[in-house]
Write a protein that binds this ligand. Structure first.
Ligand SMILES: Cc1cc2nc3c(=O)[nH]c(=O)nc-3n(C[C@H](O)[C@H](O)[C@H](O)COP(=O)(O)OP(=O)(O)OC[C@H]3O[C@@H](n4cnc5c(N)ncnc54)[C@H](O)[C@@H]3O)c2cc1C
Length: 416
């Protein structure tokens, strides 16, 4: 008797979707795998998108081709194929062209969308941008050819990356942040001294505790911004980086449970038996706090996508969760890692801080001091992987605590 060939449909051709497709193909050599993307470009490494703005990389250097075997693995990637709706009763997805695709197993891996606050007027003007896709980066780069001054709204990591790319192109850049400091999700104001120094040194103008209420424009597009204080600042372009939200609108009538993102169980399965979700669009949990979270990190999306792919192909695999905060990157040549619980003001977590003119290290232990739950390293991020392991595995620190605090930890401890 002939065995029925599985039809796998993956919505989203990025970290989660491509990792899932590869994992499926490793376990199922016969099934049909179709990956749909609403973008016009073949899959690429999204964290590199700012390099299109400053011209440091060209698109071919960012493509996922070569990093995964999908081209030779009979994985069909279809571009410009936005899914408008999912019908879970009839197991089909509707694409913007009007075509419908049937599936046996479906993965939702549509990532996130930039959040645009409704209380800022004038966001539709020419010269107002968000940075999510390669197409966004190309549009920003085009405007930057004639603009002299860019105003960036929001002090999160993505907006800082965009801001630096514009500085590197030679524009004047002003970063306007509502909260008292930059990177407020990844560290506390007191932790940011080295980052602020690096921003100043790079020539970025930083305005904290300020809020833009309106973007001003004329027939040439953006000409300035109006602050809550009544002050106007002239500029020719504005980038909005005010957080992200899960990309789920097209699931409205599907019956798939959404609460901040697609809610999944430990097998990355949604409330519908043959529908899975992974990456930025999925709600997962933090292994330290146990809280449900949406993350927004490439490695998490890829890990979760791989796990979803294995489950879809019939190999039960548990997703072990992810840190609510985990980031290893650099801002203005200042490398930093932030992971686990780092916001400790007003709490009774045991905190150890070591600061030198060039480095900052903050370690956070449970109130009884028996487990490491968070770490922030700026300037020197060596051995961060060891700390991540201790936090993630919830290791009792016992006899290695003083080595952790004094940064004498080495890989030998884990070989004993
Ligand atoms: C500028 C920038 C810098 C970043 N820097 C870092 C970093 O330094 N480190 C880090 O860990 N992370 C970084 N990130 C975050 C990281 O890129 C994301 O966490 C990751 O891309 C999430 O992967 P994903 O597969 O879940 O979704 P996404 O990468 O968002 O991809 C979603 C996919 O779904 C498709 N899609 C969406 N809707 C539809 C639809 N209706 N129909 C069909 N297709 C659809 C899109 O075309 C895309 O292929 C950065 C992100 C940006 C934007």
């Amino acid at each position: 008797m002939a065995v029925k060939q599985m039809q796998y449909v993956v919505i989203g051709a990025s970290a989660a979707g491509m990792a899932a497709a590869e994992a499926i193909r490793k376990l199922d050599s016969q099934g049909s795998i179709i990956v749909l993307s609403e973008e016009q470009d073949m899959p690429y490494f999204r964290p590199m998108v700012p390099f299109i703005i400053n011209g440091k990389k060209k698109f071919p250097e960012m493509m996922l081709i070569g990093q995964g075997p999908y081209q030779g693995a009979n994985i069909g990637v279809r571009l410009d194929s936005r899914v408008k709706a999912v019908n879970t009763a009839e197991q089909k997805v509707s694409i913007k062209s009007g075509e419908e695709l049937l599936y046996d197993k479906l993965l939702v891996a549509t990532g996130s969308l930039p959040n645009i606050p409704s209380d800022i007027k004038g966001v539709e003007a020419e010269g107002v941008f968000v940075l999510r896709t390669i197409a966004d980066a190309r549009a920003i780069a085009r405007r930057a050819e004639t603009a002299r001054h860019a105003v960036m709204l929001g002090g999160g990591l993505l907006n800082l990356k965009a801001a630096f790319a514009l500085l590197e192109r030679g524009l004047d850049v002003t970063l306007i942040v509502k909260s008292p400091n930059v990177l407020s999700r990844l560290m506390e104001p007191d932790d940011t001294v080295l980052i602020r120094e690096a921003l100043n040194k790079a020539g970025m103008k930083l305005m904290t505790g300020s809020n833009v209420t309106q973007i001003l424009s004329d027939s040439t597009g953006v000409i300035g911004v109006l602050l809550e204080s009544g002050r106007e600042i002239a500029c020719q372009m504005v980038c909005i980086g005010k957080g992200i939200r899960a990309n789920v609108e097209f699931l409205d009538k599907s019956g798939i449970l959404v609460d901040q993102g697609v809610v999944v169980d430990k097998f990355t399965r949604s409330n519908i038996q043959n529908v899975f979700a992974a990456g930025d669009v999925a709600v997962t949990f933090d292994p330290i706090t146990g809280e449900r979270i949406v993350t927004g990190l490439w490695t998490n999306a890829a890990e979760m996508g791989n796990c979803a792919g294995r489950n879809m192909a019939g190999q039960p695999s548990i997703y072990s969760g992810t840190f609510g905060i985990l980031n290893a990157t650099q801002v203005a040549d200042e490398p930093f890692v932030s992971m686990g619980i780092v916001h400790t003001k007003g709490t009774d977590y045991e905190t150890h801080i070591r600061a030198t003119p060039k480095t900052y290290r903050k370690l956070v232990f449970t109130p009884d001091g028996t487990r490491l739950v968070g770490a922030l390293f700026i300037g020197d991020i060596s051995k961060a992987g060891l700390y991540r392991y201790i936090i993630r595995e919830r290791m009792p620190v016992k006899d290695i605590k003083s080595d952790i605090v004094n940064h004498r930890l080495h890989y030998g401890y884990f070989l004993r």
